[in-house]
Design a binder for this molecule. Sequence first.
Ligand code: ADP
Ligand code: MG
Length: 853
Amino acid sequence: MAQYTPMIQQYLRVKADYEDAFLFFRMGDFYEMFFDDAQKASQILEITLTSRDGGSRDRIPMCGVPYHSAKGYIERLIAAGHKVAICEQQEDPKQAKGVIKREVVQVITPGTMMEGAGIQEKENHYLASFEQSGNDYAVAAADLTTGECRTAVFHSFDSALHELAAYGVKEIIMNDTWDAEDVKKINDRFGAVISIEEKADEFEFDALLSKLTHALTRKASVRLYHYLHRTQKRNLDHLQPAEQYEIRDYMNIDYYSKRNLELTETIRSKGKKGSLLWLLDETKTSMGGRMLKQWIDRPLLNEKDINRRLGIVETFMASFFEREELREQLKEVYDLERLAGRVAFGNVNARDLVQLKKSLGQIPYLTDLLKKINGDDVQQLADKLDPCTELFGLLEGALIAEPPISVKEGGMITDGFDPQLDEYRDAARNGKQWIAELEKEEREKTGIRSLKIGYNRIFGYYIEVTKANLGLLEEGRYERKQTLANCERFVTPELKEKETLILEANDKMIELEYELFAQLREKVKDFIPRLQNLARTVSEIDVLQCFAAISESRRFVRPVFSTDRTMIIEEGRHPVVEKVMDAQLFVPNHCVMGPKRDMLLITGPNMSGKSTYMRQVALIAILAQIGCYVPADKAILPVFDQIFTRIGAADDLVSGQSTFMVEMLEAKHAIVNATDRSLILFDEIGRGTSTYDGMALAQAMIEYIHTNIQAKTLFSTHYHELTVLDQSLEHVQNVHVTAAEQEGKVVFLHKVKDGAADKSYGIHVAQLAGLPDTVITRADELLHSFESKEHKPEIINEGQLSFFKEEQVPKPALKEDKTIVSKLLSYDIMEMTPLEAMNTLYALQKSAKKPAN
Ligand code: ADP
Ligand code: MG
């Protein structure tokens, strides 16, 4: 250390505290990086790596970015998953003795960004802390831009992970007592940055913990607050008290199912377009957009709460003109939540505050409009709108209409707001007048008509006289300042005096304006909680008007809830497919499941619309429970506690699991957690393995769900053999999606009808796809020969599978059959871990392959 220059020693001391971040070390107009940081950053940011002498034998690697363009570089490092510690000079270099004092003023991390390209208007930007105690886990998630914080307890690692995934966290805060294995799992799953925070003592944050009743949620929240304060190093007055919630207060949709149903993003592009959120998003404010996404992520369970939302939607639908007006007005309301956040953060400018003022100015109009609409719930919303009149008055009085972005150049505060400022302004304005008069005087005195007074930043004010006229100047009064090609510039004592006055006034004016602005900002801080409340109400109004708009334009109906588990959907539609394809062509379908009909076994050729049908039922249930109308002519639905899906999706590449393993994991998740109030969608389960394997698993699952769970289940299958199950399982009903042959070709009718599909259309689909005629003809021949050999599957006695006809099973495994089946049936799948299931399956298959003796 001693070998380094004092400045490099200072650098190394600071860096030691920020090992996990790039240290941006401010030197004049640049942020410099040294050593490893410089080497890495120069690569990531594609900037030149240089070196400097730092007292040591070897030169020190160095790179830097200009202060004024640092923002973009910081964003790029953050986007690449890094952190940046901003170290500023803390004293005036001219006054410093020795090395300038420097200090880290903020650490910017993927989860704590406040602005920039990484922040989406209509999306929250979450970071979360993750806490563990025995078998209990807590997650606390906060959005620093809005100040929200929510926390809940989970009783398994898996469900906590699902919640973290649902938040889409960018950064996870943990202490370092976690098991390395678990940390790796978290890391693999999310690729989110993991940050360590050791501090979790509570006393500093009492007020923020007031609503928390569970020791673990307190711990998770407090760790998060510590981390935010440690990295942001400032008052974070906008942080709201953490809200504790129970996962069982909301319809539970696990991460896989959310993805499968494409609720907020599509599977393929990971974008919003094509998702349910995309279809629904007619919100007019950014905060409404964020609330909509939160609602979709958490459908309600309480029927009263659901009906309250539906009631407001109904009222809005009946008030077309007021609603249209409301939409226009909402457009004028800016992002109050994030504005409040930036006020607390201290990076709000005068323009932001003018936006705040304008938004507040809209509120009385919103209230008036809502008052014109009937309905108690709407009136309550109207009453909750707090226009923050004092704040509006304050901003209106203080700020001019179009201030500049910079807060350090003046021009923000109105005339008449502050007497001292008015005086400086007068001097500055009058100064121009004085100069004009002086110029006139000088012209008259010297008789030089081309004489003029000008200004530049280096020489200040000067009198300019062309070379030809120099002789006319009075000796001794004019002091030469600058000589140019054909003129000379002078100052006089009088001009100097005016100059001092004007420049001082200007400087003081700018300084005072900044001070006044900072005071104003402080005053706005007092309103943060009220602004946040207002933001919530405006968001709610926005989402509900959005539901009304969508429900009207897309012809949705208000759902009704049943208490006896009846589900009747008449002419239901898949809202997104319908929107994408052309509403005219979409074929609506019923879904009728009385209290006793628990499972629909859906058959039909590929591409006939099985998956679409199943998804549409789930989407209708979700829409109903977020309080929106649903795409159908009529809908009676149970309130579902959970939705599970197993829908063939792409491999889970991130976690490196095979399709079949993911399939089994998802199936297990459903079978273990579903209740008779749940909805299960199993789409062609068993497809990822060999036919018999798959069919056996499918049937075992059907039986189990039917007998032990009784959840409403839509089960599509390409195993036609399974369609006999309706004869032995009371609550199972066959339906099929129809297709017709026209002139030897398949036409999909997309219509769901009772009964099983009678024939596979695979060959015709192949024909449709343009496979050579020879292949088609040969396949036809083969099909006929298979069919003639086929035996109708028998119906099971308990404990026996019907479709294992001896002729169809490969000879060697023949005698093993019964033992394999009985083994299979003896397993308690519920008690198995996925790995055990995999191993068992492997062993089963192995014994099946073994020649019998
Ligand atoms: P399956 O699961 O039976 O193979 P999909 O549900 O994937 O079939 O549907 C295949 C295609 O058929 C969809 O992409 C869609 O374009 C169309 N489709 C499905 N259902 C309908 C419907 N009810 N009305 C019109 N077109 C539909
Ligand atoms: Mg399908």
